[in-house]
Ligand binder design. Sequence first.
Ligand SMILES: *Cc1c(COP(=O)(O)O)cnc(C)c1O
Length: 430
Amino acid sequence: MEDASVWAKRDADVVWHGFTQMSSFTESSPIMVESATGHELIDVDGKHYLDAISSLWVNTLGHRVPELDQAIREQLDRGAHSTMLGNSNRIVTECAEALAAVVPVDDPHFLFASDGASAVEQALKIAFQYWTNQGISGHTKFLAFGGAYHGDTIGALSVGDGGFGTNIFDPLRFPVLRAPQLSDPACFDTAIAMIEEHHDSLAAVIIEPLVQGAAGMQMAGAEEFARLGVAARAHDVLLICDEVATGFGRTGTLFASQQCALTPDLLVLGKGLTAGYIAQSVTVASGRVFDAFLGPDLSEKTLYHGHSYSGNALACAVAKRHLELIESKNVLANVKARSEQLRGALENKIAPLPQVAEFRLCGLMGGVELASPDPSERWGRRVCAAAVARGVLLRPLGDVVVIMPPLTITDTEIERIVTTLAAAIDDANL
Ligand SMILES: *Cc1c(COP(=O)(O)O)cnc(C)c1O
């Protein structure tokens, strides 16, 4: 037996994997990573895999980036973590200052958390309390889009639109005003009409600007999101932009909100924040929102919320260095050039295939939708398994094959991803 299958068995005896049916875990040839370097993962048998999903969208500049490793080592010598509840840590202040200079939020204030979902929860609670703190009652609802995904905790699930087997939790979800899916050409008109009708009862509108990632890379035009932002502002409804997936250069600008001319009241960041190194997220509140929480000590205006590992020093050290590297390595220019190259390659080699319905791409967030006759045929799984066998790690969302390479991906690697995908579609015997 190869080491990988031995390790998979040991793993399955003790580890429970997210979004994974554990009874078939070992049969689906999971990659057992031993180490990672650059854009590759290396398994316990020494096999190399190109990480074409950026370790589930978190990785930005590759693995073992010398400058990022160094930033963590230096911080480690100063201490790994100290609490942010009522106290602070120099590196956290510096990280927030660096972020403040680049986020599309007016007079930004940063409440750190650990995962995207927990930062979404913070945004929802802040939006809710924003109104009660001002003695304005009735603003208790949220408007969200069809197909939305905001994370797996109960509040984040509530603003999310189900699917992924989460319907079982429907009784726990709080009710939400639901605009149509982005695939409906009238969805923004409908959403704006809903804001006009319900603004008195809305705490906030929550959106994923430009791209709904987990919905299978569903996209809409920047001007549509801009219109929505204008309507929210005009009717005094808070705007929450969930940029957990789109943040830090994914769509070709540092934040997708910038392309949509949006200045959200609350901005949620996660995934790429620490370049894929350490679990950390942050809820960014505008000065207007932040000020609504100021009052006497111990008063009800305080935000009684905070996570134990909020503002982790190692995570902040790597996040701060990451921002500097995005600039000095000219990462956004690479995203734009590689995105154009990827678009051309998908048009030439993938779109004409009879097994492919269409592809969608924004920056380096891509999805190839297979023309599957029935989800039970599991085309997405079969194509990705064939790609993995050929040394390129891909993972589907249903019948959409996600292409989400690191932002520093090279032109030869883009070629390799597309050539491998074409071969994998062939291998899968669809
Ligand atoms: C991944 C994701 C989340 C949840 O982040 P976690 O770190 O997995 O909790 C929330 N919103 C969006 C848009 C995401 O892509």
